[in-house]
Design a protein around this ligand. Structure first.
Ligand code: GNR
Ligand code: NI
Length: 167
């Protein structure tokens, strides 16, 4: 297992479109393990492969209280959306920034699980928001993109300043 480096906004590599996973092999299983270690250490409730500079359609989520219910979603697709909910979001690629984003409250999605099992279900609330946040990463989108241009500029400046100071 290994801790992976998380890309930070406004890194242009976060804009990369992820390709579908063709085969759930040992390389993908090792990536899932490393991503889980990285997400739990951060700590975060979700992580997309894009954030660790691997441009494959793979996301992991654990919204459980005890941090012991890892969910793996490979090649996830949203089939339908219903209602809206506003939730304060954060992102491991935009540390220290928390802003309210409005998304679908309920989604029906399709994905493969870690064993290649087909999943198709409707979910609501935090899990639905988290899946949408992570699928956005796979499409090169970050939650900051939903904010006003003024807020985006302020966040960019703040992140770049933090990154300069960390060097
Ligand atoms: O840890 C995270 N918390 C969170 C809170 C509200 C909505 C979405 C998230 S996902 C985020 C981890 C992350 O950056 N995933 O891409
Ligand atoms: Ni994120």
């Amino acid at each position: 297992m290994a801790l992976l480096e998380i890309l930070h906004y406004p890194d242009s590599r976060l804009r990369t479109l992820a390709a579908p996973v063709a085969d759930i092999n040992d390389e993908i299983r090792a990536l899932i393990d490393d991503m889980a270690e990285t997400m739990y250490a951060a700590p975060g409730i979700g992580l997309a492969a894009t954030q660790v500079n691997v441009h494959k359609q793979l996301i992991i989520i654990d919204i459980s209280e005890d941090r012991d219910q890892l969910q793996v979603f490979i090649n996830p697709e949203i089939l339908s959306r219903d209602s809206e909910v506003a939730m304060e979001e954060g992102c491991l690629s935009v540390p220290g920034i928390y802003e309210t984003v409005t998304r679908a409250e309920t989604i029906t999605y399709r994905a493969l699980g870690a064993q290649g099992n087909k999943i198709e279900e409707s979910v609501t609330g935090l899990l639905a928001v988290c899946i949408q946040h992570e699928i956005d990463h796979l499409k090169g989108k970050v939650f900051v993109d939903y904010l006003s241009h003024l807020k985006q500029q302020r966040i960019s400046k703040k992140m770049l300043k933090q990154q300069r100071q960390a060097m």
